[in-house]
Write a protein that binds this ligand. Sequence first.
Ligand SMILES: Cc1cc2nc3c(=O)[nH]c(=O)nc-3n(C[C@H](O)[C@H](O)[C@H](O)COP(=O)(O)O)c2cc1C
Length: 386
Amino acid sequence: MKYSRRNMLQSMGALAGASILPIPVNANQTESTPEDLKDIINLFDFEKAAQGKMSKMAYEFVASGAADEFTVRWNREALDKLKIQTQVLNDVARLDTKVTLFGKEMAYPIMIAPTAFHKLMHPEGEMATARGAGAASATYVVSSFTTTPIEEIAKVATHPLWFQLYVVDDRAFVKDLVQKVEAQGCRALCITVDTPVSGVRNRQQKANFKLPDDLHPPYMIDTAFAAKGEALKFKKSLTWADIEWLKSLTKLPVLLKGILNPNDAEKAIQIGCSGIIVSNHSGRNLDTVPATIEVLPSIAQKVNKRIPVLMDGGIRRGTDVLKAMALGANAVLVGKPVCFGLACGGSEGVTKVMTILQKEFEFAMALSGRSSIAGIDASLIWQRDL
Ligand SMILES: Cc1cc2nc3c(=O)[nH]c(=O)nc-3n(C[C@H](O)[C@H](O)[C@H](O)COP(=O)(O)O)c2cc1C
């Protein structure tokens, strides 16, 4: 996205003096923003606002991590402690934030991570998320745990969708689902490989998390029942051989989501995966695995640009996006804030989450002296203690 000096000055004024978004992505967006979104300035505000709008059970479902939540905290702490090395007197009159992934140009390297049960957060569920994503020109990765069939989401989506796959034991079911999402126009398949079982979700247990009886995730019937307290039915025996089989079912680019080990990244390349997502599931699975931003450099180094490396976990600020890109990510995904945005304001809430992050990313690029994605490299991070 080109970014003129005039826009920059306008947005700086708005940021300093007003409580609305600096530059609406389209002119109607601010007008259509519900009153109670006006006071929300950054992604952290969404969580506070959402807490007052969601049931305790739903809030705990989104906000919590596994066990003692070390990894949840480390995701943020590790991003916060990275210091940015600026360059001055670089021409930043025009910023180019575009990236191309699998042949498709994206306005920003910021996507919506797959998250479960959107009707738990808002009555319009995934339909609102898709509309909100479209208004922000953001790619939305629909979860296997969607509470809306992919056909309905695809009808309202104005921007490409990707699909996240949880593999279950029933191969015929998995094959049907993969072919269905491809037929519905999803542009990539992200296979989640970090969840043979669900994490030790103590906070969810304490909040008696249980899917309401009227919510029926169409593709994960067994595991949805598991959310009501029964054992999960993810395919625990999932191996690299299954990934090869899954790849044979589709022409879509296949990404593995949940990579934390450089050797697994190498294996993913060797069996022909199109990309990987460095993810610790927002600290919801195995507590005390490292922050994703900490493992990203070694994985990016191993991959050495052979396939795109995406990353998620704790991205809340434009500077976080900048840091992830500097350390080797081709794009990032955002999970919890989108759920909170949805809870606060349906599709407008989702749009606002994404546009805040997009604008903050532009500020971070301009203020660090980087006008293009190619200019964001490891030199952007201070390499020694100050
Ligand atoms: C409420 C919630 C539900 C999630 N559901 C899924 C899911 O269905 N499939 C999946 O692969 N990851 C799921 N995740 C993980 C996200 O895709 C993503 O890895 C993570 O949320 C990114 O970190 P962040 O929330 O700190 O931005 C979920 C995360 C949250 C918070």
